[in-house]
Design a protein around this ligand. Structure first.
Ligand SMILES: *Cc1c(COP(=O)(O)O)cnc(C)c1O
Length: 360
């Protein structure tokens, strides 16, 4: 078996012990004679899998009782529509545009109601997030939306805006469970799981229960209706059972590691190693300004497209995979999610030092 260091932004690396546990269970889940992939979603075995996953998630997040957890299909992108359909009761929302994912989300929301872009960092090419203190929100908005960690540009919020009584909605896809999230600060937080938790295709939605109501926009399909999904315990139709099982294994892994406080410590250490190197390098530059730098997605450039391409090719040959930047940005991006071991970041920095010497 050869495992590489996989710096892909998503689908991304999973903890090796999680994959091995899944491998052990693959054809015969805990002696029941079948795979989780073959199991009825109405079976006792699966009910236990989903109940345990939810309980472990609640424990990891110290989640207040008045929040519902919904496992939904369609990834994070389905939520770009589901959020306005379920929450835009007065037909208006404020969006913060700090990168391409929030831009996509607000583009989708425009199909359902009035969207105010209250702040944007597009003019500086998303190299820092907008100042939350300077934001003015509408009094009559149904919610304020932000993407807390912009995966493509690698800029994140370290501080949340004060939205008063207006619920804050956050896309945490690429930082999900990479540090503690204070759930009580949000009306809703959600993420696709394929960055930090499990295989692609599933989103986890954590939503305050007073926001989960019968009143949704006309035309909202049942599959995107929070109330129907929540009331059915995420089993309104056949869910992605395998994915929920995989997420459950990752929750256990995080618990055994010492929880979100502990993983945050590790993630800060990993990110510091990389940013410290970038900040003193004469060849490479970090794309994002200090103060907005993601702990998960670290874009960097040499300033020379040919040299960038050479770096991507040579690093891949050395077992450091998927370091090419997003197609809309270019350069390089190292995604160093929870499952990236510290040795992987050390190997990357060592390789960059060597490359810098050879190409000085
Ligand atoms: C990857 C990503 C998405 C899209 O996720 P899908 O599951 O592919 O729909 C949305 N938001 C953020 C922040 C992401 O990183």
């Amino acid at each position: 078996m050869t495992r590489v260091y996989n710096f892909s932004a998503g689908p991304a690396n999973l903890p090796l012990s999680v994959l091995e546990e899944a491998q052990k269970d693959l054809v015969d889940y805990k002696g029941c004679g079948m795979s989780v992939m073959e199991m009825s979603h109405r079976s006792k075995d699966f009910q236990e899998i989903i109940d345990t996953a939810e309980a472990d998630l609640r424990e990891l997040l110290h989640m207040p009782e008045n929040y519902r957890v919904i496992f939904m299909q369609g990834g994070a992108t389905a939520q770009f529509a589901a959020i306005p359909m379920n929450l835009m009761k007065k037909g208006k929302a404020d969006y913060i545009q700090s990168g391409n994912w929030s831009k996509k989300a607000l583009g989708e929301a425009k199909m359902y109601g009035e969207v105010n872009v209250v702040a944007s960092s597009e003019d500086c090419n998303y190299t820092k997030v907008p100042d939350v203190k300077a934001m003015k929100f509408s009094d009559d908005a149904d919610y304020v939306y932000l993407c807390e960690n912009e995966t493509v540009y690698g800029a994140r919020f370290f501080e949340l805006p004060d939205t008063g009584d207006v619920p804050l909605v956050s896309d945490v896809s690429s930082m999900f469970l990479s540090e503690p999230h204070d759930v009580s600060k949000y009306g809703l937080l959600y993420g696709g799981v394929q960055k930090n938790i499990g295989p692609a295709g599933l989103a986890i939605v954590i939503v305050r229960e007073d926001l989960v109501t019968e009143e949704v926009l006309p035309g909202t399909p049942s599959i995107l209706n929070y109330k129907k999904n929540a009331d059915a315990g995420s089993l309104m139709n056949t869910p992605n059972c395998w994915d929920i099982y995989m997420c459950g294994l990752t929750f256990k892994w995080l618990k055994e590691l010492g929880g979100l406080e502990k993983i945050k410590e590790i993630n800060e250490r990993k990110a510091k190693l990389l940013y410290d190197y970038l900040d003193q390098s004469k060849l490479f530059t970090a794309a994002v300004e200090p103060g907005s730098r993601s702990l998960m997605n670290v874009p960097f450039v040499t300033g020379d497209a040919d040299l960038d391409a050479k770096f991507v090719a040579e690093s891949a040959a050395a077992g450091l995979k998927s370091l090419k930047g997003h197609r809309s940005v270019g350069g390089m991006r190292a995604s160093i999610y929870n499952a990236m071991p510290e040795e992987g970041v050390v190997a990357l920095v060592n390789f960059m030092e060597k490359f810098e010497k050879e190409n000085a």
